[in-house]
Write a protein that binds this ligand. Sequence first.
Ligand code: E4P
Length: 217
Amino acid sequence: MKFFVDTAEIDAIKELHALGMVDGVTTNPSLIAKSGRDILEVTKEICDIVDGPVSAEVVALDAETMLAEGRKLAKIADNIAVKVPLTWAGLQTCKALTDEGTMVNVTLCFSANQALLAAKAGATFISPFIGRLDDINLDGLELIEDIRTIYDNYGYDTQILAASIRSANHMSECAKIGADVATAPPGVIKAMANHVLTDKGLAGFMADVEKAGIKIL
Ligand code: E4P
């Protein structure tokens, strides 16, 4: 499973990138607003760090303006994936940009039917939002499973980019289901390293190091 980082924070991207943990980056208007940076400027900076796809989201609601915005975002770098919402206008924009050879990430997906439409419109990525479904007592991971089944049934090339990931557990469950990509905030990726038995075991080893006076350097 590929790891995308869901942030527009340059330092966090650099830290994970240095460890080989970043196969791509996703941003959205809320993450850009949180960074306090200009969208074009910060997106260019991210594209200079990361080789893989960098999602940058349009902000218009109608297809014509979305397409113009998408074309402008696509000019930032070759690895831009233009992010469009899963609306009819977003699907129209997806088809047009895909036909022009631009990667498209269709976002705000909350149903299998929406994912089916995105695949038909030629999306490079579909972003089903796990956490926001869980928030309203629905099952986000079940949606990932359903989309995996449907895409495999018909051999769609659209990659499942599991989004709105809130926990390390979401990451391993997505990997078990077979999501192509999972995008998560830096804190969630780092939390994947944590285990209470690792901490306990290390504390025991350190006590013995102290007791025996073990030194390596
Ligand atoms: C991904 O592309 C989305 O921007 C993101 O995962 C949304 O996550 P949230 O539901 O935690 O805001």
